[in-house]
Design a protein around this ligand. Sequence first.
Ligand code: F6R
Length: 625
Amino acid sequence: MCGIVAYVGNRQVTPLLIEGLKRLEYRGYDSAGLAVVNDEGIHVGRSVGRVSVLEAMVNENGGFNGTLGIAHTRWATHGAPSEPNAHPHGGVTHEGHRIALVHNGIIENYSTLKKYLIKKGHTFESDTDTEVLSKLICELYQGDIEKAVQAALREIDGTYGIAVVCDREPHTLICARKGSPLIIGVGENSYIVASDAAAIISHTSQVITLEDHQVAKLCAGPEDKLGDGGPWAVQFKTTTVDNIPVTPEVTQLDFDLEQIELHGFNHFMQKEIYEQPEALRNCLRGRLDHRDGRVVLGGLSRYSRELIRAKRFILSAQGTAYHAGLIGEFLLEDLAKVPARCEYASEFRYRNPIIEPDSVAIAISQSGETADTLAALREARDRGALALGVVNVVGSTIARETDAGVHLHVGPEIGVASTKAFLGQVAVLTMMSLYIGKRRFLSDEVVRSYITELDQMPGHIERVLEQFDHIRACTEHCIDRDNWLFLGRGYNYPVALEGALKLKEISYIHAEGMPAAEMKHGPIALIDQGMPVVFVATQGSQYEKVISNIEEVRARGGRIIAVATEGDERITQYSEDVFYVPAVPEALQPMLTVIPLQVLAYHAAVLRGHDVDKPRNLAKSVTVE
Ligand code: F6R
């Protein structure tokens, strides 16, 4: 949830840390801080608010010169957003040496450890669990920071991604992880560590992904200080927390810096909305075999027999990914004819679920790091299910912990509000359903026709996006309204949920999504003159029923905004505003109907003057439960 950047090398560290933090701001941003080590000791700067506030403070105060440093953007969990609670945290060892530490994750046994450390004479300045870890390292320090970190981590229950420095070892950076991502970029004469590849990619594409329970010791300095290599030497060592050596694997990052910059768009969300046709082409590339009329999913081929035999699919996810999972539930039952249920991962993991033999669990996640989704996946796998992942970030924890899976290949998603990842998730679940369906009950002809239709979807999305300005004009009419409803049926019911989530998370307008028929069972009482009610009302098996629901709302004064099928003139009699999408089979409609709702939410947030890419209280990747 929070972001970490750390560096040891031969360049001035402060500008590197600030640049890295800015790239990570989207992960969490109520406060930020850094610590730089030089001959005079450790210099710590912390501030509440954006990284630019920290940058100004550091520039004003000076003293932050050095080639070793750690930095952090925080999203509060233990303790309010405040300067004392911002990272880095630190402490003083028995011999008077200072250490500083940044941490992502949660130390679950922090209160027991805190009592112990207070008895040992340590005092605390913050309300955070992180400070407990920093003091524990000080308590256990006996002249070797690597050993002290290992010893402290052996006492910790919970999750961590950490970077630690000590003024007695001014060329050494220690980092470690358990349950929170941490990547080490291997540069020339340097190492850069970050919780997210976005902070590394401008320096190097060679990376080591630290595994759970691993500790890395990274050193860089003049050769006389390290006793190795040329005039500037670097050293690298990885162990477990029990000090057993580990041989790390260096891999290549699979995206470049250009992909994560704005390219003339005002916001990442806007850019990512517009990237969707291309993102979908990339997601589908090489997976639709027109000649043989089949879907090719290399990631699943080892398990095709288990998938054909499967008696039940359990999909789990959170937020937008959960809505994609609900569509996956329809797709698997409709196309693959296999029972499927989508659940909130956070509920599934704690409800002692019954997993029958021949069950397949699918974890859906853009980041691949969502704590609840990961835990649900582990729960299902431990109870005997085949564990599959539908994940965007290659090398993420969920991607690595599954038996098999399918990557989205939609490119990095920077905007906090998920758009192109949702599209990719639905596209992958569609392909998975066809892949399984073809091996079960679907005729070759039906699979072929879906493949042809899927191929045309990127072009259809381009057509929907031509209404970008029209959607803005319609949004303006209702921008002063504080309560909205989003309604749909069948495949478009999860789209209604997603439309409501998008609107509330970035515009802070209260919105509810639900099945259109459910409205009569209570929520209809909310409808008053001019209340915006968005109907996903495309032509399909339930079109007439949706029209009846629209009439019920109109009769009570609601203002109807419809997402409808191109050529549907009738809908204009019932609606103030219509956003059209091309006609496609019902199973493929969500990939189109969601687009105008993303655009609507985007315009609403901009019109209300909010920071679209950094909505309040939200972070991109929720690595705490
Ligand atoms: C909403 C949004 C969140 C995420 C959710 C799961 O726009 O982005 O609801 O969908 O936090 O995140 P991932 O997909 O990374 O597991």
